[in-house]
Write a protein that binds this ligand. Structure first.
Ligand SMILES: C[S@@+](CC[C@H](N)C(=O)[O-])C[C@H]1O[C@@H](n2cnc3c(N)ncnc32)[C@H](O)[C@@H]1O
Length: 343
């Protein structure tokens, strides 16, 4: 019996990318297609259901073995690291365009180049390997990156839902892991909507929404001048004409907008609560707000309370439509999105 993740065909690509990035794909077996789903062999279930609530985990007995055994990063580096060192290596790494971003645990710095070169050899789609060299400390949510191997660049072109997103991974915040969430929001946009994306970064939400929907207009606001610069480039790259990007602080820009929106996304989970007054100032009856927050496992009440208080303060009513988990910040802490309607 082989443990598998059963995924609807439509969602196969995004789940596959996640499984490979998180080193959960079991390369000893060949995936299996059925009429409406795909079975991906996996080494374990960790974190998969949390990311993709629609998957199931059947044990499958008739999977074919791969002819040429592919090696995982962990299996390959086990040849050059001691057991103790290996235990500290994080299995997951992110891939933005052709740049892989590793997390190297303290104490393993001497072997980081060896690990990076091993990854470069193993994954043909990767040209550059960097490592995280700091935390998301600044208000721009950016992180220092150190070059480890391959082509010397920090600029990548990432493909997401048919859009091309160019960015410098050190100067601009971007997480490929949020692509499913961006698609989820885009799928709700109705023809003719006016959409506001606060904290728009290099414009992944505006680009994906513009390309996948018939929104009338989309406005993005971003504080980081580099994020704004790449956002403008991405509009050109994707031949997008219904998006306006503004470089500035949401709190200062919103009062000058002089219009109300049908939909507002607030993708700044660390402090979106501080901007609820701004969002409500450009809302009307029927506006849908996608409010992001970090919350502990199984307890979303703080986010609900926060947005209800803000509505009350602004003399508005609201109805919570749904709350979804869209990422994991730590083992017990989730990135969530509360979709709510202003009444
Ligand atoms: C978590 S990132 C999300 C970026 C982008 N929406 C994405 O999905 O990749 C949050 C972004 O908010 C920006 N930001 C932080 N405070 C801001 C403010 N007061 N006004 C506008 N943008 C802000 C940061 O520079 C950062 O690019």
């Amino acid at each position: 019996m082989v443990l598998c993740v059963k995924v609807p065909l439509k969602k196969a690509q995004v789940v596959k990318r996640f499984l490979i990035g998180a080193d959960l794909f079991n390369h000893d077996y060949v995936l299996k297609k059925t009429a409406d789903s795909i079975l991906f062999p996996v080494s374990k279930k960790t974190g998969i259901k949390e990311m993709f609530s629609f998957v199931t985990f059947p044990d499958v007995s008739d999977l074919k073995r791969t002819k040429k055994k592919k090696t995982s990063l962990k299996a390959e580096i086990s040849k050059v690291l001691s057991k103790r060192e290996l235990a500290t290596v994080k299995r997951a790494f992110d891939v933005t365009g052709s740049i892989a971003i590793l997390e190297i645990p303290e104490g393993l710095e001497k072997k980081e180049r060896l690990i990076a070169e091993t990854l470069l050899k193993l994954q043909k789609n990767i040209d550059t390997v960097l490592k995280k060299a700091g935390i998301h400390g600044t208000e721009f949510r950016t992180q220092k990156m150190k070059y480890l191997a391959g082509r010397k660049t920090k600029e990548a072109v990432h493909i997401e839902h048919g859009t091309r997103l160019k960015l410098d991974v050190e100067k601009v915040y971007f997480s490929p892991r949020l692509s499913t969430e961006r698609k989820r929001v885009a799928e709700q946009v109705k023809p003719g909507e006016s959409v506001l994306i606060m904290f728009s970064g290099c414009a992944p939400y505006p680009c994906v929404i513009s390309r996948r929907t018939k929104a009338k207009d989309i406005t993005g606001i971003e504080l980081n001048p580099y994020g704004h610069k790449y956002g403008l480039m991405n509009l050109k790259l994707n031949k997008i004409t219904n998006v306006t990007l503004i470089n500035g602080d949401v709190k200062k820009v919103v009062p000058k907008l002089k219009k109300k929106f049908d939909r507002i996304a607030m993708p700044l989970p660390k402090s979106a609560g501080d901007f609820l007054d701004s969002a409500l100032a450009v809302s009307k009856k029927g506006t849908i707000i996608h409010f992001y927050a970090f919350e502990d496992k199984g307890n979303f009440t703080a986010a609900h309370r926060r947005l209800k208080e803000a509505c009350k303060k602004n003399k508005m009513n609201c109805r919570i439509l749904r709350t979804v988990k869209c990422g994991q910040h730590s083992p017990s802490n989730y990135r969530i999105c509360v979709d709510f309607k202003v009444l």
